[in-house]
Design a protein around this ligand. Sequence first.
Ligand SMILES: C[S@@+](CC[C@H](N)C(=O)[O-])C[C@H]1O[C@@H](n2cnc3c(N)ncnc32)[C@H](O)[C@@H]1O
Length: 276
Amino acid sequence: MANPVSKTAWYCTGVRMQDARSSNPLVGDTWAERFLDDEGRRVFERFTDLEDANGANIVRHWLIDQWLKARLATRSDHRIILVGAGFDSRALRLEGGRWIEVDEPAVIERKEAVAPAGESPNPLTRIAIDFARESLADKLAPHANDGPVTVVMEGVAYYLDASAIAVTARTLGNLFPRHELICDLQSDAFVQRWGKRIIARIATLGARWRFHPSDPVAAVETLGYERRECLSIALRAAELKRVRVPAFVIRYLLPSLRDGYRLCTFARRASTPPRA
Ligand SMILES: C[S@@+](CC[C@H](N)C(=O)[O-])C[C@H]1O[C@@H](n2cnc3c(N)ncnc32)[C@H](O)[C@@H]1O
């Protein structure tokens, strides 16, 4: 993996493998094990002791599954674009949807070797991009669409700097004017108080935490979005008993944990008509 952030995709896949192998899986992603190669297993070994971070990670994935299933229940051919898809197997696992997965060439090659897009039960297009050198706008332009689209950026935003997030938002807004964005966001207070352990471990892969403003939801709203729904990942993880802190402690006593790591949906704000 040339891009160090891509190595973090092994970590998330390892978490899903561990979940699928457990006696009470939440997501039950049996593709994860197949996607992990030797490098992936070695990377994941560095994270196996981080129980709470891993618990929150699988709950995040499960929550997004629920949101996507709800959209697919009302529109079985709904378009879904996964930007920084990693080894996400939703196109293979969920019922319905027309899917686009975008990620670095090494990730896409591995996915194609294990589960070719042409054999996916749902229509699936995989797009390889060198994020540092190629333009997301050019890659996605052939798929531009003014209908409803859901864009998922899971476990991606905090690796990007603010200007990269702004460019991505502008690109998505131009090509998919009616898209909704699903993404997880971390506040600076969360990162300082709760994130240090996982961030230090991720740093051993060469990837850095970049985007954690004091109010990341407001920061995304300045990019032409309107917040629709935000859930506390830590609180949901506690309610599902996937982290060791009791839910009431997070709910009432630890606001920086409760509100600092959230999964949100944003709608595109209607653009102001050009002045005459
Ligand atoms: C932590 S992984 C998450 C992967 C997947 N979404 C998941 O949850 O399993 C971060 C992903 O972001 C991708 N990535 C790296 N640079 C990116 C960029 N500039 N824009 C979007 N995604 C990027 C990486 O290749 C990697 O697959």
